[in-house]
Design a protein. Sequence first.
Length: 263
Amino acid sequence: MRLIIENSYDAGSVWAAKHIADAIRAKAAITDAPFVLGLATGSTPIGTYEELIKMYDAGEISFKNVITFNMDEYVDLPVEHPESYHSFMDTYFFNHVDVPRENINILDGNAADKKAECENYEKRILAAGGIDLFLGGVGEDGHLAFNEPYSSLQSRTRVMDLTYDTLLVNSRFFDNDINKVPKQAMSVGVATVTDAKEVLVLAFGHKKARAIQMAVEGPLTHVCTLSSLQMHPNGVIVCDELAAGELKVNTYRYFKEIEKANL
């Protein structure tokens, strides 16, 4: 696992955007096969999307040969609802870059057969050649996508019941009314994410410090599904100084020194 500790949210977002763009260009240099990119929603990746849009506007990157798969979507929330993840992705990314519409994959939370929709999502990922890079965030309790604590580390895309803590955190998007937050979501599983060739997770702010400490220094455990990155050959966490605040001094120094050597 790599842990990139940047000074601020903005600096971490720039690092992540450049890393994603470099990965897309690197694959394009050796093959015509599309780059398969996993994407996340929530407030954390917005800065990364803004940086990618800036790079696109400057002609530094194209997404014409990119296929995307989003991590999750609420169950039974209309697609046109401003807080659906379909709407989120259009607002913060897809409406501003050249990803072909036919290359965009987001779970259908309104599907009549939700189990079949989840199973087909896994098949679509495989048909695309597997995910090259999965961009994600982490919850305050260490959950990855909507894989709440105690989710199986071998889990696949499925319907999840959301915990009270997740509902409470997400209520800020629903007029701070927890009763307006959908109680279920479709989510890729932990194994769906870790099957990706690379996993890049963003964590910013002091509220994520405990999650980072558990994932980096704690045991591999379903209590903190982000800890699954400990077993990934190409897992990267990008955080700011605040999110690194619960790490031991020597852990902090180790990752800082490693990244200095990689400059």
